[in-house]
Ligand binder design. Structure first.
Ligand code: ADP
Ligand code: MG
Length: 427
């Protein structure tokens, strides 16, 4: 069911907040304990979200409600296009190429998203000053052209909020999304909120069909191509970094080892597939690879030593890297990574009073690692485990919409003029 609620929102201040699960048949609850002149209600809102932090361009439309206490989401459209194939030959993401591809992809994805979410089509005439929009795209001439050519045909869709990733990520790529969001905000006169990509990964678990209840304090392990972080979550928006990688991220380790084994980019799923065959065939284990920092007293990680060890193993084999050996190395790599992730997470759990464990980011698409976390939480009842499904684990715009809602609930809208991209943005 679709509801349009924008006229009820006060966009300058945070909305709130159901203290109890929502009764959908009841009228919206009014909060009395806040400034009298602003009536704040947690009504459903439609959020258009934009993700361009790395090599995926995504635009989605979700409907959010429940406030910070019981956030829930309905997906109306989800579009995503990956540049992975283009970056393959570099073995990583090439920033200027990423920027260009985002510029090409955004307008078609916006149209696709609006077409898919049928209720969002609208014929309201769009009025704006071309120059004011063109100014935003001085560095993205291709996007400017596409935007100005097509934006008039889209009307003003019933969107209540625009959410866009502002970091961390590749700054030139982030700017494309930010400028696109600012242009939409100007043309449609809609509020905007900047989203931390890592909060997006955390919020990705909220988009699962059976809407989960996260009990705080929660612990989030974020494992992606660019990040490996353990974060304590006291409440939505209250994050404490407990540990992080000192060198390579875990996804990066998978990708680099995949490359050493002669596998296509990204190596994570490829290494995992070979490891699975090694287990099915019951191949004998090889001499163990190192597990850097496994026993360290802190909650930091290190993966570059693992990659280097694989490099030496392969070098020592001269040119005798057989398919069997590839599978054995892949399996040992996956085992080493799994053990490190589990042990560090268990250490964090044992030191704190944690009620929910969130494991998010592209690497949790790995079923072996996922199974290991399922076994881990069974040791600590009533601890609950929350992971995104494989499509929500890797970068996408849906999770940016979900995190955008949580942020808007906390802080309200931001000034579109001063919204900036920050490559090193922290949680
Ligand atoms: P980022 O946001 O840093 O780009 P993503 O969240 O999109 O990262 O995740 C991409 C990373 O996830 C890549 O490094 C990829 O190899 C890894 N990955 C994806 N699927 C798997 C898998 N099944 N096993 C291991 N790693 C995986
Ligand atoms: Mg990615």
């Amino acid at each position: 069911m679709w509801r349009f609620a924008s006229s009820f929102h006060t966009h300058s201040a945070p909305l709130l907040l159901h203290k109890f699960p929502i009764d959908h048949n009841a009228p919206p609850r009014l909060e009395n304990n806040i400034k009298k002149d602003i009536v704040q209600v947690s009504l459903p809102m439609n959020i258009l979200s934009i993700e361009t932090s790395c090599d995926e361009t995504g635009i989605s439309i979700i409907e959010a409600e429940g406030g910070l206490t019981r956030p829930s989401f309905e997906i109306h459209a989800n579009t995503l296009t990956s540049q992975m194939k283009l970056h393959e030959k570099y073995g990583g993401v090439f920033p200027s190429l990423a920027k260009r591809e985002h510029s090409k992809a955004l307008m078609p994805l916006l149209e696709e998203a609006l077409t898919h979410a049928k209720h969002f089509q609208n014929t309201e005439t769009v009025l704006f000053e071309t120059q004011k929009i063109a100014d935003l795209f001085v560095r993205e001439p291709e996007l400017k052209q596409r935007f100005l050519k097509r934006i008039n045909t889209l009307g003003i869709p019933p969107i209540d909020l625009i959410a866009v990733t502002t970091g961390p990520g590749l700054e030139p790529a982030l700017w494309v999304g930010v400028n696109f969001a600012r242009a939409l905000s100007r043309v449609w006169k809609k509020p905007i909120v900047g989203v931390n990509h890592m909060e997006g990964h955390i919020a990705s678990v909220l988009l699962e069909k059976e809407q989960p209840i996260i009990n705080f304090n929660a612990l989030a392990l974020l494992i992606s191509g660019g990040h490996t972080e353990l974060v304590e979550v006291d409440a939505w928006g209250s994050y404490t970094l407990l540990g992080a990688t000192r060198d390579d991220a875990v996804g990066e380790a998978f990708d680099k080892i995949g490359r050493l084994l002669g596998l296509p980019y990204p190596g994570g799923p490829e290494v995992s597939a070979l490891a699975k065959i090694a287990r099915q065939k019951n191949l004998p284990p090889i001499e163990p690879l190192p597990r850097p920092m496994l026993g360290s007293r802190d909650l930091d990680f290190s993966f570059s030593g693992l990659k280097t060890a694989v490099r030496y193993r392969i070098r020592d084999l001269k040119s005798n890297l057989s398919d069997t050996m590839r599978m054995q190395i892949a399996r040992e790599t996956e085992d080493a990574i799994t053990q490190i992730l589990i042990q560090k997470t268990e250490k964090a759990l044992s030191e704190r009073n944690i009620h929910s464990l969130i494991v998010a980011g592209g690497v949790i698409a790995n079923t072996h690692i996922r199974d290991a976390f399922n076994r881990l939480v069974q040791k600590y009842p009533p601890l609950t485990l929350h992971t995104p499904s494989a499509t929500l684990a890797t970068d996408n715009a849906l999770m940016i919409g979900a995190a955008g809602y949580l942020k808007y609930m906390r802080t309200g809208a931001e000034d579109p003029e001063s919204l900036t991209a920050t490559g090193t943005l922290e949680l």
